[in-house]
Design a protein around this ligand. Structure first.
Ligand SMILES: Nc1ncnc2c1ncn2[C@@H]1O[C@H](COP(=O)(O)OP(=O)(O)OP(=O)(O)O)[C@@H](O)[C@H]1O
Ligand SMILES: [Mg+2]
Length: 464
């Protein structure tokens, strides 16, 4: 019988763990237990481990009688679901470096939990299940981007909370943080902005693009990277998700208008002229102001606008998936951005890596330290485990250290660039700009108000 739990290995060292996981991966087995944690190795190909009705049936049966479950992501979902019956809220934390497969696993967990309802016919009905299923892909179109380490990298943190009442799924809520809104104005070499821009340009019919003042390809000049073959198809999926979540044609068009305005803003060239600034190109300026009625500091405006659009979408999704009645139990799925060590690391990487180091501490406490304590209790000689403890690093980051930059990470040295940190996040928003954006946060229902605020803002504006 195959060993499927790391804690049963005769010796636990980095080498033995890697050799063991590798041998399993070579036989297309990607999951391994580490105590109550599950390790998933990304196979970067379909190894056909998901649609197994028999496996799912086995998982459900065994969970009820408390036998060890097969090492599989569905087992985690089943255990969490079963745990709800004990009256305790459940949470599944997914961690790993960028590209490790966290978002993929989060999809599998959500899919399984929703399927469980469909099979048992216990849930809030097909419509709610569909809405839950499409919520993540919709937000990922706006919050994910291609980076050097992952073609579909999450640039936002997402806590998906499913609400249960009497053992049935009633709805949910999603809590997000778009920590990398700077991507809308700045991307490293080889990376792209958020997927939705490329999807829009590749997928929107030519006539609709023209209405927005865009053409399919020349508009790309303002964007880093090119659309891939899948962007047009992905746009159809995103638009279908928007429709599924109840966004009317007019609301979808308003969202696309904000995106188009951002593309136009991206093409604005602003040059310093004494203590004021001059806008060099008139055409994109006119297009942006026609669509949005706004004109102000370009990058700051673009970031705030995109952030506002993202929040508006999240709020919309939350209204759509909210349970109709009070649902006392929750099952949460946490999917954050993974650890990154890029050529140039700035504030976003520092925040991402800090969050990941915290999750690593959690893993150390919940698996390795517990395992070590069990070994010592059983008097196993030589059982002291050798592992890198990141506690000192965390102390340096959240403690009263004079500086966090240049800190050496457990995953190897990562150099953080403090200059870019300041430049990229120069987010001093003019008060009138804040007022302006507050006026436009419901996608652009208040255009007249926005235009008036923009006029005031531009008149009173005297440079940064
Ligand atoms: N179990 C799997 N089977 C097949 N392919 C997978 C699996 N897990 C991940 N992948 C592939 O790896 C890619 C990267 O995975 P994913 O986007 O989930 O990483 P991530 O950990 O969420 O990264 P980030 O921190 O950058 O968001 C996916 O787009 C998918 O193609
Ligand atoms: Mg991800």
């Amino acid at each position: 019988m195959e060993l499927s739990d790391l804690s049963k290995l005769p010796s636990i060292t980095e080498e033995s763990i890697i050799a063991y996981l590798k041998s399993r991966l070579l036989s297309n087995v990607i999951y391994t237990w580490a105590g109550t944690n599950l390790i998933a190795v990304n196979p970067f190909q379909d190894v056909g481990t998901f649609e197994h009705p028999e496996l799912n049936q086995l998982i459900q049966q065994l969970d009820g009688i408390g036998s060890p479950l097969p090492a599989h992501v569905h087992s985690i979902a089943q255990m969490a679901y079963h745990g709800l019956a004990t009256g305790i809220d459940q949470a599944v934390i997914i961690s790993g470096e960028s590209g490790a497969g966290k978002t993929f696993s989060a999809h599998r967990l959500l899919h399984y939990l929703v399927q469980l309802e469909e099979r048992g016919d216990r849930g809030a009905g097909h419509a709610m299940e569909q809405k839950l299923n499409v919520s993540s892909p919709l937000l990922e179109a706006f919050g994910n981007a291609r980076t050097t380490s992952n073609g579909n990298s999450s640039r936002f943190c997402k806590l998906f909370r499913l609400s249960y009442s009497d053992g049935s799924l009633r709805g949910g809520s999603v809590h997000t943080c778009l920590f990398e809104k700077t991507r809308v104005t700045w991307q490293s070499g080889g990376e792209r902005s958020f997927h939705i821009f490329y999807q829009l340009l590749a997928g929107l019919p030519a006539a609709s693009l023209r209405t927005l003042g865009l053409e399919r390809w020349p508009a790309l000049a303002a964007l880093a990277g090119r659309p891939g073959a899948g962007d047009a198809t992905a746009f159809a999926v995103t638009e279908a998700a928007m429709a599924e979540l109840g966004l009317s044609g007019a609301q979808r068009a308003a969202v696309f208008a904000v995106l188009a305005a951002l593309l136009h803003l991206g093409r604005l060239v602003v040059v310093p002229e004494g203590d004021r600034f001059r806008v060099e190109q008139d055409a994109p300026l006119l297009a942006a102001s026609r669509l949005m009625g706004v004109l102000a500091r370009r990058d700051c405006l673009a970031r705030e606008l995109y952030d506002g659009l993202f929040r508006w979408l999240v709020d919309w999704v939350n209204v759509q998936i909210a349970p109709a009645d009070a649902a006392p139990r929750t099952l949460s799925l946490l999917d954050i951005s993974g650890f990154e060590s890029l050529e140039c690391n700035s504030l976003e990487q520092l925040c991402i890596n800090y969050a990941n180091e915290r999750l690593q501490q959690f893993f150390l406490a919940s698996f390795l330290r517990r395992l070590e304590a069990a070994f010592l209790e059983e008097g196993l000689l030589g059982a002291r485990l050798e592992y890198a403890d990141n506690e000192p690093l965390l102390a340096a980051l959240d403690g009263p250290a004079p500086s966090v930059f240049g800190a050496v990470d457990e995953c190897g040295p990562v150099a953080y660039d403090a200059r870019r940190l300041i430049d990229k996040n120069r987010d001093r928003v003019d008060p009138c700009l804040t007022a302006l954006l507050a006026g436009s946060s419901a996608p652009l229902s208040a255009r007249r108000r926005v235009r008036a605020a923009a006029t005031r803002c531009w008149r009173g504006y005297s440079g940064p």
